[in-house]
Design a protein around this ligand. Structure first.
Ligand code: 1HN
Length: 351
């Protein structure tokens, strides 16, 4: 009998394994097959948060919890597959934030990048680096890494938006920094509309030479984006998987709007059933207008406006418009992280 199979060697093995534990060592051969999987096995799972369930709880939060206590009054969207994390995917965080008339969410900055998509209500503002932008439903607002930002509502109705941050990623790479501003609100140094005037009109200040890793535009208004989608969808069918999918851009580089997150607005024409595909990178969808279904790994997730659906990395997904109107979805993903490290792969299943 070979030595490694004898009774004596099994006793030796037990002692050997115990001493490994004491020395903070481990045998690779025990985890090898579970780690080097042939395809990705995300811990986050596909899930849907319905607006009809979330909305009353958000307004209840607004009744029960004040802005001083909350700093930001947000209900986090917690992925059932990540019970120990405040996360919607292994890299991304999402939450629904509400701000009531007269409230201020005080100024701070942090290393995670943030984005917002306005869900309901008009007239709250986000201030970013000395500039205010007034928020309307469907506006896409960026708060890049380490910029001072605060919110306020000087209008007469509550305002709700979806927050997306790269916080789980920033935490995983131990790069979290956070600072409170000395005052509740930062001073305003630039007029409303300044960043859009400078960078959002197809020209740029010729007297500046900056090429930041994030978009200098702090708000991409919905009215302009929706009308562009409508014009394009008139003659263009777009991608077989995503229909007329438009990516929000950093106009100074033509690249991603934030260093870690891509964001999109998507138009699926009435009656359209798109093709299934899968790719690395996780995506969070928010229904904006119309009705649709995202089928994820064979399971249908119907959506209505303001429902949120998470599609994990490498899940086979397919879009369909199930209503009479155009189906419009906002989405954001961790694709810039995936692509920065050459980890992007995509596959379609031929039918
Ligand atoms: C944050 O700063 C905001 O500024 C929202 O509105 C959500 C979640 C985690 C960490 C920081 C905001 C946040 C956040």
């Amino acid at each position: 009998m070979a030595e490694h199979a004898s009774a004596e060697s099994s006793a030796q093995r037990r002692i050997f394994y115990e001493s490994l534990v004491q020395q903070q060592l481990g045998p690779l051969w025990e985890i090898y097959a579970n780690t080097l999987t042939s395809t990705p096995t995300p811990r986050d799972v596909a899930y849907r948060w319905q607006w009809k369930d979330l909305r009353p709880l958000l307004y209840e939060a607004a009744r029960l919890v004040g802005p001083e206590e909350a700093e930001r009054r947000v209900l986090m969207l917690l992925n059932p597959g990540l019970p120990a994390l405040s996360a919607i995917t292994q890299t991304l965080y999402a939450g629904m934030q509400i701000i009531l008339p007269g409230e201020v969410a005080r100024s701070h900055r942090h290393s995670p990048n943030a984005l917002r998509f306005v869900v309901e209500g008009t007239g709250a503002f986000t201030a970013v680096n000395g500039e205010r932008t007034i928020m309307h439903p469907g506006d896409f607002v960026t708060t890049p890494t380490w910029v001072w930002h605060d919110h306020g509502n000087e209008a007469d109705s509550p305002v709700v938006w979806l927050d997306g941050l790269d916080m789980p990623f920033v935490t995983a790479v131990s790069a979290m920094f956070y600072q409170k501003y000395s005052e509740p609100q930062q001073p305003l140094t630039r007029p409303v509309g300044d960043s859009l005037a400078r960078y959002g009109r197809g020209f740029r200040p010729a007297f500046e030479s900056k090429e930041p890793s994030y978009s200098p535009i702090i708000s991409y208004p919905y009215a302009a984006a929706r009308s562009a989608l409508e014009t394009i969808a008139d003659t263009e069918t777009g991608s077989p998987y995503d229909g007329v999918l438009m990516q929000y851009l950093n106009p100074l580089t033509g690249g991603s709007v934030l260093p870690t997150m891509d964001a999109f607005l998507q138009w699926i024409s009435p009656g359209r059933v798109l093709k299934a595909h899968r790719h690395t990178g996780a995506t969070i969808y928010l229904g904006v207008q119309g009705h649709g279904v995202i089928e994820i790994d064979g399971q249908p997730y119907p959506w209505e406006p303001h429902d949120v659906i998470v599609v994990p990395s490498w899940s086979l997904h397919r879009h369909q418009n199930t209503g009479q109107e155009p189906a419009i979805l906002f989405s954001f993903s961790d694709l810039p992280i995936i692509k920065a490290f050459s980890l992007y792969r995509e596959e379609s299943i031929s039918e």
